[in-house]
Design a protein around this ligand. Structure first.
Ligand code: GAL
Length: 437
């Protein structure tokens, strides 16, 4: 049988020759190319909009990317920079309006209901039911993830907003013994730090950061009950009360302790000032801890964490979540279900939150591998839920409608930026903004 050499025969000959130890020179053949291998089936894309672009945040987001890729999906990273998410929401709206939403988007709190009302969200009870999310999640969280009784979003974590971060070296150099527990103690410590030649308070002058500091001041001056009345129920009497006047006065006083380059500075560049020992304190949610962690620092050594002055028995919660959009394609729907399931998995909850600075949203998650700040946060979350100090963060979209939040945020930020606005007018402007429907 005339044996015509094909590329395959030459390959067999070479392999046999090698196997038998004889190195025959493969005869030159006019190789006929083997049939091209069938192209691998295209992977289903999972596209997720988020605004986690700082060092610590990006590391956290990469965990989710890795999990979905391990499940065989193509991760399309729809990252939109801008702390607090205002930019991301603008981009999301334009994508959704064009009828081309991503698989999921980082949306949280009352804004979830607004998307649900548009009829754009997928019902993911097919995941939440079998995985018993109603038992896994604190009720306060589960309720926020549902529209008309059905899950439409998956919660990722619990961030605490009312934190104060500090550089122990800066405090020591200034002769500040410990973390201030009251606002009066804070200002004494801040004066000492200024006198020692450092910046007392690292603050990024952006509206959402001004608002973040403001809500901790209101919580510390008035307590959780007052915070709830004024900034969750938007009660006009509370908003124009002497307590609110005292909080706005305290907020204004902080201005004297920030540096001239504060205006417009991103939150993570501001945290870097504390990490590098240029500043003593920062008031920021515990995504800031993700920056200390990414810098290889440990609580009690490279940095200190404590509840913002006057807020040790309170907890402003901020739950990141991903809304799931209605998708036509069945494979995409499967990808969405796998995304939701991965987010609530114990493995993801562990590694994501260790990087992100938040705590797992799953009840009863073993906290033994988390650092002391996270353990304190987890203990305080449970304690304040029982004792009544657990309140939703208004600055991070958990408490009121996006319209009211935006109006109050602007009034607070305008007051922070314009020293010509008196405290009395600041109080009036905030109360007026809170009436925005
Ligand atoms: C919050 C968000 C956090 C973090 C922070 C800074 O609103 O919940 O996950 O991204 O903004 O951007």
């Amino acid at each position: 049988m005339k044996f015509t050499y094909t590329f395959g025969a030459a390959l067999v000959a070479a392999l046999l020759a090698t196997a038998c130890g004889k190195k025959e020179e493969a005869a030159p053949v006019a190789a006929t190319p083997a049939p091209a291998a069938a192209p691998a089936p295209a992977k289903t894309a999972v596209e997720v909009l988020h605004y986690w672009t700082s060092g610590g945040e990006a590391k956290s987001a990469a965990e989710l990317k890795g999990m979905l890729e391990a499940k065989g999906y193509e991760w399309k990273d729809f990252a939109v920079a801008g702390g607090g998410g205002e930019n991301a929401m603008t981009v999301l709206k334009s994508r959704a309006v064009s009828g081309n939403p991503p698989t999921a988007a980082q949306v949280k709190g009352p804004a979830i209901q607004e998307w649900a009302k548009e009829g754009m969200l997928a019902n993911i009870d097919n995941v939440a039911g079998p995985e018993k999310w109603d038992e896994l999640l604190p009720k306060v969280v589960a309720d926020v993830m549902k529209a008309d009784g059905h899950y439409v979003a998956a919660p990722v974590n619990v961030h605490r907003v009312n934190w104060m971060w500090a550089n122990p070296e800066v405090l020591k150099k200034a002769g500040v013994a410990g973390m201030p527990k009251t606002w009066d103690e804070f200002f004494v410590a801040a004066d000492k730090i200024k006198k020692s030649g450092n910046i007392a308070l690292a603050h990024g002058g952006q509206n959402w950061q001004d608002f973040t500091v403001f809500e901790s001041v209101v919580l510390g001056v008035g307590g959780a009950e007052f915070y709830d009345k004024a900034l969750v129920k938007l009660d006009p009497a509370a908003l124009t009360s002497p307590t609110m006047t005292k909080a706005v006065t305290t907020f204004r006083k902080l201005k004297g302790y920030v540096d001239d380059a504060s205006s417009g500075r991103d939150w993570n560049m501001t945290t870097a000032m504390v990490i590098q020992g240029k500043a003593g304190f920062q008031f920021m949610g515990d995504w800031a801890k993700g920056e200390f962690t990414a810098a290889g620092q440990k609580p009690g050594e490279g940095f200190l964490c404590a509840a913002a002055p006057g807020t040790a028995n309170a907890y402003t919660f901020n739950v990141d979540s991903f809304i799931m959009f209605k998708l036509k394609d069945e494979a995409a729907q499967k990808g969405q279900a796998d995304l939701a399931s991965a987010i609530l998995s114990p493995e993801f909850q562990e590694v994501f939150n260790q990087n992100k600075g938040s705590i797992p949203v799953r009840l009863g998650h073993d906290m033994s591998k988390f650092d002391d700040c996270a353990k304190l946060s987890a203990a305080d979350f449970v304690a304040t839920a029982k004792a009544g100090g657990l309140v939703p963060s208004i600055a991070h979209g958990m408490a009121v409608s996006p319209a009211a939040e935006g109006a109050i945020k602007d009034a607070v930020s305008q007051f922070w930026n314009d020293d010509k606005i008196s405290v009395a007018d600041g109080v009036k402007n905030i109360a007026k903004a809170a009436a925005t429907k």
